[in-house]
Design a protein around this ligand. Structure first.
Ligand code: SME
Length: 158
């Protein structure tokens, strides 16, 4: 599987439903983690059109920037800091409809207006977070959460 078939459905949920199995197929025969994370963020950027999408990998007491698509970003985030560090510490999905209203939000790009961060938990430990930013307010709904939770479920098993 070396390309993504983008559904033309007007319904975002339907487009995402056709995307998730393709992401699964994209990584199924490749054992290298960074290669797989790289293709996953490329597929999400291309098919879902996210402004910024990427992984931060847990390394010691920090998150370190991993494969991403979008504008240049912050490279290191401490545990408990920003939306990413909070999702790591609380082991919870965090949806921020307006980043200016999230105390401690780390502004990597002034264009970023809303954000969703999902922790990837494997063997009981957070190994990375998946961060998606939008340049529009309140841009993440239940369909985005469904897609990104599906992606995290695939990544957890890599
Ligand atoms: N806004 C994030 C930092 C990462 S960038 O948005 C890519 C945060 O507050 O954790």
């Amino acid at each position: 599987m070396h390309h993504i078939e983008i559904s033309e459905s007007q319904d975002k949920g339907k487009r995402y439903q056709s995307l998730l199995p393709q992401i699964e197929a994209l990584v199924k025969d490749e054992p290298d983690l960074i290669a797989n994370l790289s293709n996953i963020v490329a597929a999400l950027k291309e098919a879902a059109g996210y402004f910024w999408v990427g992984f931060y990998l847990v390394k010691g007491e920090e998150l370190v920037l991993g494969p991403f698509q979008g504008p240049v970003a912050c490279t290191r985030i401490a545990r408990g800091k920003g939306v990413c560090g909070t999702a790591w510490e609380k082991r919870q999905v965090i949806v921020v409809p307006d980043v200016e209203r999230f105390p401690g939000h780390i502004a990597c790009s002034s264009q970023s207006k809303s954000e969703i961060v999902l922790p990837v938990i494997s063997n009981g430990q957070v190994s990375m977070v998946l961060d998606v930013d939008s340049d529009r307010l309140d841009d993440f709904d239940a369909a985005d959460r469904w897609l990104l939770e599906g992606v995290v479920n695939i990544v957890r098993q890599l």
